[in-house]
Design a protein around this ligand. Structure first.
Ligand code: NDP
Ligand code: HSE
Length: 434
């Protein structure tokens, strides 16, 4: 057995308390796997005197001085499970620059300023591991970072937010509207009291940025991700999806390929989309996550599991702790970032997909031709049209062939100005089919 590897644990909430529990329950196995015991040197929290149930830990380990704990000479590895940008960034940069490896679950910080953390890790010759930051328990970042490094990833499509997947799955199963499904998610503890980060797509966008950075060897930040949430998805949209043999999911889509100018570039977007029920992501229900990876040689790969929760997320954190502890004993570290490709980010207007547009129109001669003319003017090809009449009004559902987002936006803009169009009920992207 080597000398104990000593951890500074920053945060002891939903995830941190499960990290403590797993470290305690699996101490002997972890020591055998690492080749040295793993010990907690201290735990930084906001409220050190708070009762923490039956957590198997010495109360004397708690402190409010996180930075002081990070700087202690007897700390080898810093585990950050507090969240937010500051002071987490200051703690992690301090640790990494001084050569202490770090494990974090902090997707918000990685998406906002991952470059600063990677630079600090390179400067200090330390490991920066963050498997838990995307899709909780699912081993996903290590496969992207290591296993697929001999291949070229072309596309990553994922359901990476459990709360919104629960809501959309409930809407699909029961016909409920968004508000009703959100209330159910809140009552069952899936949605937070303030669900904004989840339902507006911020959480998924942060994860999309992390996935795209790893997949395409390019620094991608949250600001580079086109983001739309699910608050506008209606029961009527879901019914329309069903009628087409589809369901609606909040997808994160990261693609590599030529842009409008032909140059290789990266596009990253998060938005609700219809997908055929036959697509592997369509059957991902409840609060589960799944990520579909397409690579040139490997073909299609699917990763599935629990994307949140104390124990599942702690599992990923523990895996990282074991990896950095082993590296420490071996006197090596893993290059945490590969950003050599440095590809430009493609604007959303150049993203190419299919669209489902529902509009209410006047039901009289020439209306369909006028509507079709708008699509033709913007070079958006119509695949199918479904009309149902109501006296002098009709409801039109148009599905297009693949077209650039900018062309679709221009089409919708012109349709809004057409006097025969009463309203545009919804515009949804359609993914995952031909
Ligand atoms: P919690 O809110 O449950 O816990 C946060 C912890 O940080 C608490 O122990 C809190 O102390 C402590 N803390 C807060 N502010 C400070 C501060 N200024 N100084 C010291 N300690 C502080 O968060 P989670 O465990 O849910 O999440 C932690 C991280 O894991 C986040 O980055 C989150 O995005 C990520 N994550 C979470 C998942 C989940 O399912 N919960 C899934 C995947 C990632 P106290 O206990 O005294 O309040
Ligand atoms: N709020 C997130 C979700 C937690 O619903 O998936 C995991 O990051």
């Amino acid at each position: 057995m080597g000398k104990p590897v000593r951890l500074a644990l920053l945060g002891c909430g939903t995830v941190g308390s499960e990290v403590v529990r797993l470290l305690h329950e699996q101490a002997a196995d972890l020591a055998a796997r690492v080749g040295a015991p793993i010990e907690i040197a201290g735990i930084a929290v906001r409220r050190p005197n708070r009762t923490r149930g039956d957590l198997p830990v010495d109360p004397a380990l708690f402190t409010t001085d996180a930075l002081g704990l990070v700087k202690r000479d007897d700390v080898d590895v810093v585990v950050e499970v507090v969240g937010g940008i500051e002071p987490a960034r200051t703690w992690l940069v301090e640790a990494l620059r001084s050569g202490k490896s770090a494990v974090t679950a902090n997707k918000a910080l990685l998406a906002e300023d991952g470059g600063t953390l990677h630079d600090a890790a390179a400067e200090g010759g330390a490991d920066l591991f963050y498997e838990a930051s995307v899709a909780g328990a699912i081993p996903l970042l290590r496969p992207l970072r290591d296993s697929l490094h001999g291949d070229s990833i072309t596309r990553v499509t994922g359901i990476v937010n459990g709360t919104t997947n629960f809501i959309l799955s409930a809407m699909d199963a029961t016909g409920a509207g968004f508000t009703e499904a959100l209330e159910e998610a809140t009552a069952l503890g899936y949605a937070e009291a303030d669900p904004t980060a989840d339902v507006e797509g911020f959480d998924a966008a942060a994860k999309a940025a992390i996935l795209a950075s790893l997949a395409f060897h390019t620094r991608v930040g949250a600001d580079d991700v086109h983001r739309e949430g699910i608050t506008e998805v209606s029961a009527a949209d879901m019914a329309s999806a069903k009628a087409m043999g589809c369901t609606i999911k909040l997808l994160c889509i990261a693609e590599r390929g030529p842009g409008a100018d032909g140059a290789e570039s990266v596009s990253v977007r998060v938005h609700p989309a219809m997908i055929p029920r036959s697509h592997p992501l369509a059957s991902v229900g409840d609060a589960f996550n799944a990520v579909f990876v397409e690579a040139v040689a490997a073909g299609q790969l699917m990763f599935y599991g629990r994307g949140a929760g104390g124990a599942p997320t702690a599992s990923a954190v523990l895996g990282d702790i074991v990896a950095v502890a082993r590296n420490r004993l071996a006197g090596v570290h893993t290059a945490s970032e590969s950003a050599y490709a440095d590809l430009p980010i493609r604007p959303m207007g150049e993203a190419v997909t299919r669209y489902h547009i529902s509009l209410d129109v006047a039901d009289r001669a020439g209306v369909l031709a006028a509507v079709a003319g708008v699509f033709a003017r913007h070079d958006v090809s119509i695949a199918t049209v479904r009309q149902s009449g109501r006296d002098t009004d009709a409801s039109l559902v148009i599905v297009t062939h693949r077209a650039p987002d900018a062309a679709l936006a221009a089409t919708v803009g012109e349709l809004r100005g057409l006097d025969v169009v009463r309203s545009i009920a919804s515009v949804l992207r359609v993914e995952g089919g031909q």
